[in-house]
Design a binder for this molecule. Structure first.
Ligand SMILES: Cc1ncc(COP(=O)(O)O)c(C=O)c1O
Length: 240
């Protein structure tokens, strides 16, 4: 009996033969397949709003907005129009080169940021952003330690994966100075709490003790997901 992974691989091969579409299951190395347990069914799919259709036309309601990165919905016409316009103007620009679109994006981000922020450093992705944030905190403070939560994911690069709390970190701990703490999560409370308030109070007391024990003057940064990964589907989407 074939498992789901093998079925997708076989289906991919059949489809390649029939349609000339690119294969996924057999030749593509999927990130975090060990954690996910199976290739994503989305392969060559289509999507609109919060719905995805796979190869076979099966519909999925996407509560997690992929990796929480298409929060405005798939194929939003205003997003597509802006992307098309930029693609027709200029497809890429080197990091050190001034560019109007990047300048405008920086201006708008600073407009939304708390007081005191005056510059934006654009990175390629989330892991890259966290990697640079950790480096900046260490350079600025002259300290080493970075605290982060066990229930967290911060990316797949050197420091970002070491800062990550979940098990993907364990075979990849080559970056030094990372310390983890338990964040509040009433559903599987580490603090024997019975209410959200109690869970938060006890989690904060645990974090305070950790900071005292680690030595506050050795800590460069605390890295926190404002919305811990995979829980974003609890939030309501806002239309643009
Ligand atoms: C909370 C969080 N931080 C960081 C990352 C890493 O982002 P990227 O995959 O863009 O490097 C992710 C990606 O899933 C994430 O969910």
């Amino acid at each position: 009996m074939m498992n789901q992974r093998q079925r997708y691989a076989r289906n991919d091969d059949d489809r390649v033969k029939q349609s000339g579409r690119p294969p996924t299951g057999q030749r593509v190395c999927f990130s975090f397949l060990v954690n996910a347990g199976q290739p994503q069914p989305a392969g060559d799919c289509r999507a609109k709003g919060c719905e995805l259709w796979d190869y076979d036309g099966k519909t999925y309601l996407d509560f997690s907005s992929q990796l929480v990165n298409v929060n405005l919905g798939y194929q939003h016409p205003r997003v597509l129009a802006a992307m098309k316009e930029q693609l027709e103007t200029l497809v890429t620009i080197a990091p050190a080169t001034a560019n109007l679109a990047r300048g405008e994006a920086a201006k708008r981000i600073i407009g939304l940021a708390p007081e005191g922020f005056s510059k934006v450093f654009f990175t390629n992705a989330g892991a890259d952003a966290n990697e640079n944030a950790i480096r900046m905190a260490r350079m600025y403070t002259g300290r080493d330690k970075v605290l982060s939560a066990y229930r967290s994911y911060h990316g797949n690069t050197g420091s970002a994966i070491a800062a990550t709390g979940d098990w993907r970190r364990v075979p990849n701990e080559y970056s030094r100075g990372h310390v983890h703490f338990f964040n509040p999560y009433l559903y599987r409370s580490e603090f024997n709490a019975t209410s959200e308030q109690e869970e938060c109070r006890r989690a904060l007391a645990h974090l305070r003790r950790m900071i005292e024990c680690e030595g506050p003057s050795s800590i460069a940064a605390i890295l926190l997901e404002s919305i811990p990964v995979r829980r974003a589907f609890w939030c309501r989407r806002k239309a643009i």
